[in-house]
Ligand binder design. Structure first.
Ligand code: ADP
Ligand code: ZN
Ligand code: ZN
Length: 834
């Protein structure tokens, strides 16, 4: 249990002798270490500390300091180990983040240390590695070995050690195989031929430093009045033009001078060469657009007024801003952020994984200049580190970023915005599980700040909260300039099948519309719903599909590389010529992957400029950005891609959106599948007709009767909500119950199953009053993943409080019964049951 009291930050008069440390391990507790004399004076709450843990050394986070051991700590003073090293003179973590991460860990039944680690930018966590080196008796033994004996792995490793002074275990594992390396090193150390020790790796992310030059005030100038050379004059003029300070290499280039002329000037006391930190600005090469000066519409002004008033009140208030796509929500966010800065507060804006478009971050830079820091998973480690530090130091007061930016080290927070709050990417899908939107609301509450959740398709829970007045409801029902919503049509693919007599990927309606759009000089987006859908390989003779060896998932066929790929574990294989099960030649590559769709369209419409965007092409951020920017400049006529095209983009010349296969998402065993499909279609429809031109959306489906499709087609959220909420109430799903999903995963089926059974018994045994329903152990919808079997236990409860209690007591009980909690994931409020 995490029974550490909220740390107190008032400085104790007596120097602390003990530190309470959260470790990034899947353990739901903190650990006490004693502080050697050298550390006591300097250690602060929020700093990182290197500590011994078993045989390892780990980087932990100081979450509390004590002068004496408190009564609660059930451990003898002698048994407490010494901390080894203080890693930060100035703490990385602020008080606010320590409190927020503690809440997060508690709420989500996660490890506090893991949450703290996730809150920091990648690259600041020092890591340790094992180093092996040969010693003198090892060298003697090596000489004794005849060349014949040199062939064993042990001898080869010894030889390798002799040739290289120090070798990391990782390197040895790479050269000799992990298990052989581990075994041989163990033997070599035992024989005392080699020694092995741990070494702290320097942190990966460091400030970037460069030589620079600055002019000195005249009193430093040497007295001699030797005239300046022409090159020296150019140097001084360049420096003056650069406000007295400029990078060393830049100066040489711009002044067309040599390093020696600079050095001469330095000797004469005219300038000074020094080392400065440079900011790796993620937008350093970006073209920043002109600042727009929009006049708010009456609707926008009304909404903004309410947010502004709340900001002035400086107390917690939560808003749901429900505004149809293109209703001008972004402009409201920008005004609200400006208002927060005007009140001397900072602002945090969360955006979904992919929606932080290059266009949007540039627009913010145009409005807020260097006040904006961008925290996004595809920045380089160095860029992220620099942006994070600009926030930590207060140089930047607006943070915009994806999920983990909810922990950005902003001070004096006044405003939190969550754009597209319904988006699934706010949910972290691995440990520590947390929901960025929900943590954002709590952060605002702790900080007495205003939070705005915005969406054209609010999550059912959020809309429910607005209806029950937990959130203030704001509505923008119309598009800017009263532009009409796009016209949406469903195409019944069963009908198409009857007419064509064969399976068709594209209906005649969609093909015609594509042609038509192109002729008018307008742009189109073709979207494939790939959730749970893949292009796979099927044998016509035996009906087998080819599945991943590690996961219970069909492999996706990639035509260009002629390979099969597992999109869960990245297993790859060559595409077979014959069926591996029955040797039949009649194997079939089924389904319309984005790649195939792109190929088909390119063949059909040779003059249309088509580009594709999906996970496979977007590994490289540059190409993703370039494609989107090129599309914005109409150098590309059509984008083909997956869900990520549905989000947040604003391209006025796009008048057609086609959805090729919408049905796959409806068939998934997840109570949210209808909601997700509705959201996807509404969002994607919002991409069409954002300019002055009328937009058109064509959705191909085999189930045009489905209510999610019907309501999406009429673009009526309220009707969809009314129907969906009835379904949730009837079947006891969120928001009417609190849900937890426990997954147990292990290579060994029986081990996973037995652990899950034991855990369920423990949970049931503490559920004496029957406040919760603990469902039976069942195979997870993806029953095998990355070589592991997966079992699931769902828990439903009328209140979150009861659910938390059940989990706290149940997991405690399980720990007592030696249940292996390392293979257990607990997800509170799971977003995705797949
Ligand atoms: P949303 O985020 O709600 O989908 P946006 O904020 O992207 O909508 O606005 C849609 C379009 O309308 C954008 O091109 C934006 O520049 C424009 N816009 C927003 N507010 C105004 C306004 N007050 N006057 C004129 N144009 C506006
Ligand atoms: Zn796999
Ligand atoms: Zn076969």
């Amino acid at each position: 249990m995490q029974n550490v009291a909220v740390p107190s930050f008032t400085k104790d008069a007596t120097a602390p002798r003990f530190a309470e440390v959260a470790l990034p391990l899947p353990l739901r507790q903190t650990f006490t270490y004693s502080l050697p004399l050298g550390l006591r004076e300097n250690v602060k709450i929020g700093a990182r500390l290197l500590v011994p843990f078993g045989k390892r050394q780990l980087t932990g986070y100081v979450v509390a300091l004590h002068a004496e051991l408190s009564e609660e700590i059930e451990i003898e003073e002698e048994a407490i180990k010494d901390a080894l090293e203080l890693l930060d003179a100035e703490p990385l973590l602020t008080e606010e983040i320590i409190r927020l991460t503690q809440w997060t860990a508690d709420y989500y039944s996660a490890s506090w240390g893991e949450v703290l680690k996730a809150s920091l930018p990648a690259g600041v966590n020092a890591s340790r590695e094992q180093i092996v080196s040969i010693n003198s008796s090892g060298r003697d033994e090596l000489l004794k070995l005849s060349s014949k004996n040199l062939s064993t792995a042990k001898a080869q490793i010894l030889q390798h050690l002799a040739e290289n002074a120090e070798v990391s275990m990782r390197q040895l594992a790479k050269n000799f195989g992990a298990s052989a390396a581990a075994r041989c090193v163990r033997e070599l150390v035992k024989l005392n031929w080699a020694t092995s020790f741990q070494r702290t790796l320097s942190v990966q992310a460091k400030p970037k430093r460069r030589k620079a030059v600055r002019l000195l005030p005249t009193e430093f100038h040497a007295a001699n009045t030797k005239p300046l050379t022409e090159a020296q004059v150019r140097i001084i003029e360049t420096l003056i033009a650069g406000d007295g300070e400029i990078g060393f290499t830049e100066l040489i280039e711009n002044a067309d001078a040599s390093a020696s002329s600079i050095n001469t000037l330095e000797k004469r006391g005219i300038l000074e060469v020094f080392v400065r930190e440079v900011w790796r600005d993620p937008l350093r090469d970006a073209k920043i657009p002109d600042r727009q000066n929009l006049i708010l519409t009456d609707e926008q002004a009304g909404v903004f007024q309410k947010i502004e008033n709340a900001l002035k009140a400086e107390t917690y208030e939560a808003f749901l801003l429900y505004g149809v796509t293109g209703s001008g929500k972004t402009e409201i966010y920008i005004r609200a952020m400006r208002a927060a800065l005007g009140n001397d507060k900072s602002a945090l804006m969360l955006v979904p994984e992919i929606a932080l478009t290059p266009v949007f971050s540039r627009r913010l830079r145009a409005v807020f200049g260097e006040e904006v820091a961008i925290l996004h998973s595809s920045l380089s480690t160095g860029e992220r580190f620099d942006e994070w530090r600009r926030l930590r130091s207060g140089k930047a007061r607006i943070a915009i970023g994806t999920r983990s930016a909810v922990f950005a080290p902003l001070k004096n927070l006044g405003l939190v915005i969550v754009d597209e709050e319904h988006d699934g990417s706010y949910r972290q899908q691995e440990s520590p599980f947390y929901h960025g939107r929900d943590v954002a609301v709590v952060r605002a509450k702790f900080a007495d700040a205003v939070v705005v959740l915005g969406s054209a398709t609010p999550a059912l829970e959020t809309f429910h909260n607005a209806k029950s007045e937990k959130y203030v409801y704001l509505n923008l029902p119309n598009r800017i300039g009263n532009r009409p919503m796009a016209q949406t049509e469903l195409v019944d693919m069963r009908e198409v099948f009857r007419q064509e007599g064969k399976e068709a990927i594209f209906s005649p309606q969609l093909l015609e519309a594509i042609e038509d759009t192109y002729r008018k000089g307008e742009q189109s987006i073709i979207l494939l719903n790939r959730r749970g859908f893949s292009s796979f390989v099927l044998c016509r003779s035996c009906g087998e599909t080819i599945r991943c060896q590690n996961c219970d998932i069909t492999l996706t066929y990639h035509k260009r590389e002629q390979s099969l790929v597992c999109h869960y574990c990245n297993f790859r294989a060559r595409a077979p010529r014959k069926c591996p099960f029955c040797d039949s030649q009649f194997i079939f590559f089924i389904g319309e992957g984005t790649e195939q769709i792109e190929d088909i369209l390119k063949r059909k419409f040779s003059s249309i400029r088509i580009a594709r965007i999906d996970r496979d092409t977007t590994n490289r951020r540059k190409s993703f950005e370039e494609t989107l920017l090129a599309f914005g400049e109409h150098k590309i006529d059509m984008l083909v891609g997956t869900q990520m095209l549905a989000k947040g983009h604003d391209y006025p010349n796009v008048t057609l959106v086609g959805v090729v296969s919408v049905d796959a998402g409806l068939g998934l065993p997840d109570f949210r599948s209808a909601e997700r499909t509705f959201q996807l279609l509404t969002q994607v429809a919002g991409r069409a007709g954002r300019g002055l031109l009328q937009g058109r959306v064509i959705i191909q489906t085999f189930y045009p009767e489905h209510y999610a499709l019907r309501h999406a087609c009429n673009q009526n959220y309220e009707d969809f909500y009314a129907q969906e909420i009835r379904f949730r109430r009837r079947l006891n799903y969120p928001p009417f119950v609190a849900l937890a999903c426990i997954t147990v995963h292990h290579e060994n089926y029986n081990y996973a199953f037995d652990t899950a059974q034991l855990l369920r018994e423990c949970l049931s045994s503490v559920n004496r009053e029957g406040n919760c329903r603990v469902l039976s152990v069942a195979p997870a919808p993806i029953a095998r993943l990355k070589g592991e079997h997966r079992m699931q236990i769902l828990i439903k409860s009328a209140t979150r409080k009861k659910l938390r209690e059940l989990l706290d007591f149940g997991l405690h009980e399980a720990q007592e019964k030696a249940c292996d909690l390392r293979i257990v994931n607990v997800e509170i409020d799971p977003v995705n049951l797949m």
